[in-house]
Design a protein around this ligand. Structure first.
Ligand code: PLP
Length: 347
């Protein structure tokens, strides 16, 4: 037997969404990837970076990326950090704020990777449930844990919490409130203004979904400079390679292309939601690039299997609170038309 730490020996490990080998043979709507390519400026920037320059280490602080994001969001660069995917930030927030045996919490259902990261750290995990009107169940007047992760918009359900509720939470969380805004670019609101007002609020973002850069691994966080200083101590000193840094700057600067893609996805989301309802699916109005849909009869696994046979990949969660529905990422209009046709045929 290996002399592993007990929590590592015990843990199961996170299982990401299925990535098929012959990607092009599928309509892939299971991991909330963007159906559109990254900005042509991103491709150019990466090409320009390829070559003998790769011999040298990248800028350890990713300053150009921080500056581009700071300008975009209206903060000074000391309020920002770039990361190798926002998953890196979630991990480092736990490492910075929750010691072994201390508690973190999140909403169930939301992004269960927080629990995996906490297990690695040896932190305890508490979950708060949701009512039918998307309120947290049994949230105390003051939550004494070290970190509370709020996924907003909620994934996989797609609804958003009102900003007033998040502000109220900021005052009730004794530790840090992390608002995971992986999908905020597809929504109408975000919590960036709360970062300025509350020292314990951190907003995390990713370029994986709204900027079509899941394969590049780029995330960022906005928080008070003292929080950023702590996160800078913990990260790998060269956490972003040269290609990723160049891609981040080019992507964040091409807002025109970004708005066009996000706009198309929002439009398709509205169309697809309507079509699902025509087929008698229950659909939660979504602010993300996915919808959570419940088939008539609630046998979501049957629909998942029937779509799978037709090479359409969506996400089914066996978790009892989610097993009645499917999370379907929003692809191109054409992909969603094919999906609607397949669902109509499956019945
Ligand atoms: C996709 C996702 C992430 C991870 O983003 P990366 O930048 O790709 O690591 C984090 N949180 C939620 C809720 C997500 O859906």
């Amino acid at each position: 037997m290996l002399p592993l730490r007990k929590n590592i020996a015990r843990m199961a490990g996170y299982v990401p969404g299925f990535q098929p080998k012959d990607e092009n043979a599928w309509i892939k709507l299971n991991t909330n990837e963007n159906p559109y390519p990254p900005s042509p400026r991103v491709i150019e920037a990466i090409r320009a970076e390829l070559g003998e320059g790769l011999r040298k280490y990248p800028d350890p602080a990713s300053r150009a990326g921080r500056a581009a994001a700071a300008e975009l969001y209206g903060f000074d660069p000391e309020w920002l950090i770039m990361a190798n995917g926002s998953d890196e930030l979630l991990n480092n927030l736990i490492r910075a704020f929750a010691g072994e045996g201390e508690e973190i919490a999140y909403v169930h259902p939301s992004y269960s990777y927080y629990a995996t990261l906490a297990e690695i750290q040896g932190a305890r995990v508490h979950t708060f449930g949701l009512t039918d009107s998307w309120e947290l169940t049994d949230f105390p007047a003051r939550y004494e844990g070290k970190l509370f992760f709020l996924t907003n918009p909620n994934a996989p359900l797609g609804f958003t919490y009102p900003l007033s509720f998040i502000e109220d939470l900021a005052g009730r969380v004794a530790g840090m409130l992390v608002v995971d805004e992986a999908y905020a670019d597809f929504a109408d609101e975000n919590a960036l203004e709360l970062v300025r007002k509350y020292e314990n609020v951190v907003v995390t973002r990713t370029l994986s979904k709204s900027y079509s850069l899941a394969g590049m691994r780029l995330g960022l966080a906005v928080a008070h400079p003292e929080v950023i200083v702590a996160l800078d101590k913990i990260r790998d000193h060269y956490n972003l390679d040269r290609l990723a840094q160049a891609a981040a700057v080019a992507a964040l600067r091409d807002q025109e292309y970004f708005r066009e893609c996000v706009g198309k996805i929002r439009e398709t989301r509205a169309w697809f939601t309507g079509e699902l309802r025509v087929l008698d699916y229950g659909v939660i109005p979504s602010r993300g690039n996915y919808v959570f849909a419940t088939p008539p009869g609630r046998d979501a696994k049957r629909i998942y299997d029937a779509l799978f046979e037709r090479r359409i990949l969506v996400r089914y969660f066996s978790d009892p609170v989610l097993a009645h529905g499917l999370r379907i990422s929003i692809g191109t209009r054409e992909e969603m038309e094919k999906t609607v046709a397949a669902l109509a045929e499956i019945g």
